[in-house]
Design a protein around this ligand. Structure first.
Ligand code: PBG
Length: 332
């Protein structure tokens, strides 16, 4: 049957009908809020390229997390700018590192939350690369040893989830072994399985001062032209024991999220990265787009592509909007 008996517009007539038949919704429980811990206990400094996001001193983390919890967020991803950087990034596994301190503080006050630690060295090394450098190249296997130390230190500080983001070969199995050996058999590994060498990380590198001092990350992060390779990365991480696999960035890689969702036997996460957020914010500030509707449409598209979990700087804003009633969601 076709027109005039079939009329697709019948189900689009009212907001209530549209929300009744909407296939994809975003719920606060799907979202993870990233946060940046910095030296200086009471620091609270807005990141100019990420409006609405702050660098937080340790004492500011609990109040900031508590405010998100009020809005409905229960998962947080921690990054830090350390007090000192060196050529291997040893501050990453310091017992009193900033992420470790912040996690202990949150654990003590709000024990029911899911605390996720990004596991990488680019914020911690003086050269800004994601591990140990030998003759200008990232030494894969030496980096694995240090990732294990960092993972155990963060698990000791209360991390429920360890999220290795360095695209180091063998990282999942190696971290799993080191966590298990230290007794952390229940610590989840969320692998940044398919992470692309992307220009969309620009504002993040400002936020954590982690731009490489020389060269780029193209020898470990993926080439944007490749899809098959992403599936292979995911398969390897699944074999190595990843509990959750991630695709990053999200918007320019919705096709990858969709393909990964079809082959993955574990939940799929997508990282709606700093550049994706900054584009929406800057265009909205100029009045060129409606920031709120763009946010909802963006997050809905990432879920529709197949992501179970979305890491996003919009977490708070989305939840505040959600509270007002989301029927409105994709409407307008
Ligand atoms: C690596 C890491 C990066 C991001 C998350 N983890 C940066 C990079 O690979 O250069 C980027 C996140 C974003 O852009 O929001 N530690």
């Amino acid at each position: 049957m076709s027109f005039p008996s079939t009329r697709m517009r019948r189900l689009r007539r009212t907001p209530a009908l549209r929300s009744l038949v909407r296939e994809t919704i975003v719920h606060p429980s799907h979202l993870v809020r990233p946060l940046f811990v910095v030296p200086g206990d009471t620091t609270r400094r807005e990141i100019s390229s990420l409006p609405g996001q702050y660098q937080l001193g340790v004492s500011q983390v609990v109040p900031s997390v508590a405010a998100s919890v009020e809005l409905g967020i229960s998962s947080f991803l921690f990054f830090a700018i350390p007090e000192y950087k060196d050529d291997v990034g040893s501050a990453a596994w310091a017992r009193n590192g900033l992420v470790q301190q912040a996690m202990r503080a949150v654990r003590a006050e709000l024990p029911h939350l899911t605390l996720i630690a990004d596991l990488c060295f680019c914020e911690y090394t003086s050269h800004g690369h994601c591990g140990v450098m030998v003759d200008g190249c990232l030494d894969n296997d030496a980096t694995l040893t240090n990732l294990g130390k960092q993972a155990v230190s963060l698990a000791e500080a209360g991390a429920d989830v360890i999220a290795p983001s360095g695209m180091i070969d063998g990282m999942v199995s190696s971290i799993r072994r080191d966590l298990d050996d230290a007794g952390f058999t229940d610590t989840v590994i969320m692998s940044y399985a398919a992470k692309y060498a992307s220009a969309f990380y620009g504002p993040f590198r400002d936020a954590v001062e982690s731009a490489p001092q020389y060269g780029d990350r193209c020898s470990y992060q993926m080439d944007p032209g490749n899809a098959r390779e992403a599936l292979r990365e995911v398969e390897l991480d699944l074999e190595e024991g990843a509990d959750i696999v991630m695709v990053k960035p999200a918007l320019p890689y919705l096709d990858i999220i969709s393909q990964v969702a079809q082959i993955s036997s574990v939940p799929v996460a997508a990282y709606n990265v700093s550049g994706e957020y900054a584009m929406v914010k800057s265009a909205a500030a100029k009045g060129w787009i409606d920031g709120e509707r763009t946010m909802i449409e963006t997050l809905t598209s990432i879920r529709r592509a197949g992501a179970d979990i979305i890491i996003t700087y919009f977490a708070d804003e989305f939840c505040a909007r959600y509270r007002q009633g989301l029927t409105l969601a994709a409407n307008g």
